[in-house]
Each structure stands twice: as structure tokens, then as C-alpha cells.
Write a protein that binds this ligand. Structure first.
Ligand code: NAP
Length: 584
């Protein structure tokens, strides 16, 4: 007979599931910094479905996603799940773990009670039509990151996972080491091995950004195992030794260069020439490190905005720049001439599928992948570990926490098949990386603007619209359009073609954008057709104002052309709606 609840570290007999368990919970009413957001509670142990497994957690990995879950931004993960029909008003985080299988659903065939496992964080519905037809689960609309987008993560005595998430634990690793590497390892594996003809192979050169970081340290080792040569990027020479011990041929200190950031406009001759000088000397540094004039076949990207222009420039003709994050920003600027003329590929990549996670784990089982665990914490320190991350004071490498394991260093039951030396990070090494944005924010699709509604009080568009259309021709200059805007005190000018058809709108924002990277004279002489936002949404003058607002917000537009008997007669804008709201 199972006890109601076992103390932490008091392991229940194998296969015995107590009805209650200890866990660290995040609740919406205490969203905030990790030290407040995470609190210890006792909850019901979750039941499992036929394809699921209940694992007694020995140690859990710490990732940035649960800093975001605790803050409740940009997504309230609890609210999102409640909206989708899940009843629990809390979140148990944790997207990496090592542990022991305690219960399996009747359809699970890859593990049995008593198996020591590590878990990858990719969940998806086995009933998804795409998955059933053999499609990559990473493209399934049902794909979720366990312990962030799903509940019942690893910061609890028991975690609920799908059978396919379980993989054998490397015997030579202790519990906390085994909990540290899977999320970053599998992500790096898909990035390097997942892209067909561009997959890394023997003899390739790989440029690895953030070589001493979580992903980069995995990438160096995966590249080495494939027989490729890697050059590691770091922010200081104190990390060279670490990256070389992991297998990099050489390292580059990114602080020796200053051409980082978004590309200057290609028409900005002075700025572009300066950038080119910087990026060329960086390319020459790669040659120096390699000892031969070769360009990287694969560039392993995640800093994003500040480095993508360089990554694309230095990548070999026909090579791959593969990116899984935009830690420094999301506007990756590309000089398309290099992309198309030299037929390079810029490829997005996100986590990994079951097969790829297992291929990565195979390396770990064979002793060829060091987990690069930098620091382990006790169960009580879960909020502390996340707070350090939140404050950017955590060490490089991967962190984990003990859950069921009572002391550090437990759980290793064998020697690695290959003797490996644990590289150690320089003392006092802490992050200077900007806090990354959560990796699974729902991104809006083309048609997904959420239409807002206002109460229908019978007001029609014709009651508020501005009669008459202030227009310009497609060939009018930006200077002319600016004068119209200023003289008429309006925010946008409709562009009409020769047949009197509205073909676009030049808004104030379009005008400001026209100035970017250009002198005032260059901007003024541009044509309206070059700067306008093409296409015009129309509405009938008799449309209800509430419907017009839904149309504008749903299509993310600020104004509609108003028609009567299909002829344009005026404009209604969001400003008109605001005026009505404040009763002007
Ligand atoms: P990490 O351990 O913090 O490492 C990031 C590395 O980036 C640091 O070691 C830092 O090294 C380097 N870096 C910082 N600022 C830089 C800059 N301005 N230019 C170039 N390099 C810079 O993080 P991680 O675990 O490797 O993760 C990296 C990113 O990938 C994060 O945004 C994370 O959220 C994301 N991620 C995505 C997935 C996915 O599935 N899509 C999975 C895991 C992680 P130096 O200062 O030494 O250069």
C-alpha cells in the first residue's frame, strides 16, 4: 500500500505511485521574479495516458524557458493551457531530467518500470494526421515543449512524459550530469545533422558561435564526432582552452572585431565599405585559425541580429547558416547578393525530433559527449538557480538541480566507453549574454491578427468617416506627398492610379521608413509607389462602425477606404474611432 506522500529523497518502492507528490509550482497570482514565482507545494501525482510514462525524477535541468514561465511573459502558459481545456491552475516547469521509470501506459514499448532514463522535451500528439503520415513531428501543430508549454515538468518528484521522450541514461554520468545536456544537445544535433545535403560531414569546417555556451559546447563535440573541424567563437581568451578541450581546432575572440550589428544599407557606400573591411578581416582570422584558406561549410548561429550578416558573408559557397535563436535580436539583415550568387542557405531550426534526440543521445551513451554541466543545485535552490539566470549571473554551460537524488555525484554506475576529460570553465565565468527571448512564443501567422470588437451602438462608418479622398499618383514624389500631409493635416495619403482606383496608401510610417539609410534629398525624390503600403482595404459607408473596427484590427490596418456603390468616397481611420471613444 503506497503512502500518501513520500518525503523528498525518500524513494518509494519501485513502481509504487503515491497519490501526492512534492513539486515546485508557479501560479499566476505570484508571477514575477523566480524567487517569488516558484514555491514548494504538495499536489496530486498526475495520472498517465496509454502512450505516457511516469518517471521518478532524480535530477532536472535548468533552462531559461522557466524564467519566462515564472514571469508570465510574453505568454501566460497557465492561462493558455486553461483556455485549451486543461484544468490545472499551476505550472510545474522543467524541460530536462534524469530519473527512473515508475509506471508505463499500455501502449509504451520502448521503456519498462525500473529503467534509468533521460528525457527530451519534444511532445506531440501521436494522433496528429501529419505525424501519422510519417511527417517530422517538429512540424506538427501539436508540437509542444514539455515543462514549458506543457505542465508536469521535471521540478517535481514525478514527471509525466510521453514514452517517445524517454532515452537510456548514460551509465557513466551521475544524475545531475545526465539531466543537463539533452535539450541543448538535441537542438545542436538537429542544427548540424538535420538539413539534408548540408548536414555536417567529415572534412567540413564549422563556425560555432558561443562555443563555451550551452548550445555551442554541444556543437563543438557533435562536429568533432562527425569528423569536422570547428572554429569556436567566444568573448575572451580565457575560454579558448575550454573550447579546444571539447574539440575545437581553434578559437576567435569576438571582441577583437567591431563590425557587428545589422548591415549598413547597401547604398550607404561609406558604411558598407567599413563593414566589408571588418568582415573581411574576420574571414582572414578564420583562415589563420584553420591554417588554410577555407570558409566554413556550416555556421552554427544563435546570437542572430548582430552576427547573421557576418555568418552569411563568411559561409562557403553552397554552405549552410543554421539558426535556432536570436539572442541579440530578431532583425537578421541579409545581403541577398551573397545568398543567391553563392547559393548559400539560411535555415531556421528548432529543438529536434525523437530520432534526432536519440542520435544525439547515442553519442552521450558512447562517452563522446560531455554534458558540460557547470553547476548543480539542491532541490531547495531551484528558485535560486533561475534567479541567477534571470539576473544573468549564472555560469556558462548547463545547470541542473537535484530532485530525488539526495547528494551530488550519485547515480553513475559504469565507466564511459571512452575515457573523457571533463573540461572546466574558467573560474568566475558568468554570462554577459542578453536574456534570451522564450523559444516558443506563439508567432502570429498571416491571417491570425486577433480582431477586436467594440460594442455596436448603431454608429455607421458614414457617421464618422472623412468625406473626400486626399490622394496622390503613384509617380508623385515623397516630397509632394509630405507637403499634402502637412498642409491637409492628415496621417496618410491614398495612392490612386489613372483609372481612379486606389492602389495603396502612403502613411506617416512609410515616409519615415523611406528616410532610413538615405539622405533627405534621396528620400524626397523617391516615388509614392516605391514607399506606399500596397493594396487598400475598403468598406461600405453603411457598414457598422463595430464591424469596421474588427476589419481594421484583424488585418492590422489603421484605415479603410470608404465606398458607396463601389466608388471611393472617403476614409475612416483608427484616429476617428479614438475620437469617438473619447467623445470628441
Ligand atoms: P548560452 O549558454 O547563454 O550561450 C550563448 C552564447 O552566446 C554565450 O556563451 C556567449 O558566448 C554568446 N554570445 C553572447 N552575446 C553574443 C554576441 N553579441 N555575439 C556573439 N555571441 C554572443 O545560451 P545557449 O543555451 O547556448 O542558447 C543560445 C540561444 O539559443 C538562447 O537564445 C536560447 O534560448 C536558444 N535556444 C534555442 C533552442 C531551440 O530549440 N530553438 C534550444 C536551446 C537554446 P561569448 O560571450 O563567449 O561569445
Amino acid at each position: 500500500m503506497a503512502k500518501e506522500l513520500y518525503n523528498l529523497g525518500e524513494m518509494p518502492p519501485l513502481g509504487v505511485i503515491p497519490p501526492k507528490m512534492h513539486a515546485w509550482l508557479i501560479r499566476p497570482e505570484r508571477f514575477g521574479k523566480p524567487m517569488e514565482a516558484f514555491q514548494k507545494e504538495v499536489v496530486n501525482t498526475p495520472p498517465i495516458a496509454d502512450d505516457e510514462v511516469l518517471v521518478y525524477v532524480m535530477a532536472a535541468g535548468v533552462n531559461y524557458n522557466n524564467v519566462w514561465a515564472g514571469l508570465g511573459i510574453p505568454v501566460n502558459v497557465i492561462g493558455a493551457r486553461n483556455k485549451a481545456g486543461e484544468p490545472e491552475e499551476f505550472h510545474i516547469g522543467g524541460s530536462d531530467a534524469s530519473g527512473i521509470v515508475y509506471k508505463v501506459g499500455k501502449d509504451v514499448t520502448n521503456v519498462k518500470v525500473g529503467d534509468e532514463v533521460v528525457m527530451h522535451c519534444g511532445q506531440y500528439s501521436r494522433n496528429c494526421a501529419w505525424v501519422k503520415s510519417g511527417g517530422d513531428p517538429m512540424y506538427s501543430p501539436t508540437f509542444r515543449i514539455w515543462g514549458y508549454e506543457t505542465n508536469w515538468g521535471s521540478f517535481a518528484q514525478f514527471t509525466k512524459v510521453q514514452g517517445q521522450q524517454c532515452m537510456p541514461k548514460p551509465k557513466h554520468m551521475n544524475w545531475e550530469e545526465a539531466a543537463a545536456y539533452v535539450l541543448v544537445g538535441a537542438t545542436a544535433w538537429r542544427m548540424l545533422h538535420g538539413w539534408g545535403a548540408n548536414a555536417i560531414k567529415k572534412g567540413d569546417v564549422a563556425l560555432i558561435w558561443g562555443g563555451a555556451g550551452g548550445l555551442g559546447s554541444m556543437a563543438i563535440q557533435i562536429a568533432k564526432a562527425a569528423g569536422a573541424t570547428s572554429v569556436a567563437m567566444v568573448s575572451g581568451e580565457d575560454k579558448f582552452d575550454y573550447c579546444m578541450k571539447l574539440g575545437a581546432k581553434g578559437c576567435i575572440n569576438r571582441n577583437e572585431f567591431d563590425h557587428w550589428g545589422m548591415l549598413p544599407h547597401w547604398k550607404d557606400n561609406v558604411g558598407y565599405a567599413k563593414w566589408l573591411k571588418g568582415v573581411r578581416s574576420f574571414g582572414a582570422k578564420i583562415w589563420e585559425v584553420l591554417g588554410e584558406k577555407r570558409a566554413p561549410n556550416i555556421v552554427f548561429e544563435h546570437p542572430g541580429e548582430t552576427t547573421i550578416p557576418t555568418s552569411i558573408f563568411v559561409c562557403e559557397t553552397g554552405g549552410l547558416v543554421v539558426v535556432c535563436a536570436g539572442t541579440t535580436g530578431y532583425n537578421a539583415t541579409v545581403d541577398l547578393r551573397y545568398l543567391w550568387m553563392r547559393q548559400k542557405r539560411l535555415q531556421g531550426s528548432h529543438f529536434a525530433n525523437t530520432e534526432q534526440a536519440n542520435q544525439m543521445n547515442e553519442l552521450a551513451l558512447r562517452g563522446l559527449l560531455d554534458p558540460c554541466m557547470s553547476r548543480a543545485f539542491t532541490y531547495d535552490e531551484i528558485p535560486v538557480a533561475h534567479q541567477l539566470m534571470h539576473d544573468n549571473k549564472h555560469p556558462h554551460g548547463n545547470m541542473s538541480v537535484l530532485i530525488g537524488a539526495t547528494e551530488f555525484g550519485q547515480g553513475a554506475s559504469g565507466k564511459p566507453p571512452v575515457a573523457i576529460a571533463h573540461p572546466t570553465l574558467p573560474k568566475g565565468d558568468v554570462h554577459t549574454t542578453p536574456a534570451p527571448y522564450p523559444m516558443s512564443t506563439p508567432l502570429p501567422g498571416i491571417a491570425e491578427g486577433e480582431a477586436l470588437t467594440i460594442t455596436d451602438d448603431g454608429t455607421k462608418v458614414r457617421d464618422l468617416m472623412h468625406r473626400g479622398i486626399i490622394s496622390c499618383t503613384p509617380d508623385d514624389t515623397v516630397g509632394t506627398v509630405a507637403k499634402i500631409m502637412v498642409n491637409k493635416e492628415i496621417h496618410a495619403v491614398v495612392v490612386m492610379d489613372e483609372q481612379g482606383k486606389a492602389v495603396g496608401v502612403v502613411s506617416q510610417t512609410d515616409m519615415v521608413l523611406a528616410r532610413q539609410g538615405r539622405t533627405p534629398d534621396q528620400a524626397r525624390s523617391m516615388r509614392a509607389k516605391a514607399v506606399m503600403t500596397p493594396g487598400c482595404a475598403t468598406c461600405d459607408a453603411d457598414m457598422l462602425l463595430s464591424d469596421a473596427v474588427s476589419l481594421m484590427t484583424g488585418r492590422r490596418m489603421h484605415r479603410l477606404i470608404v465606398t458607396e456603390k463601389d466608388q471611393p468616397i472617403g476614409v475612416i481611420s483608427m484616429t476617428d474611432v479614438v475620437r469617438k471613444i473619447i467623445g470628441e
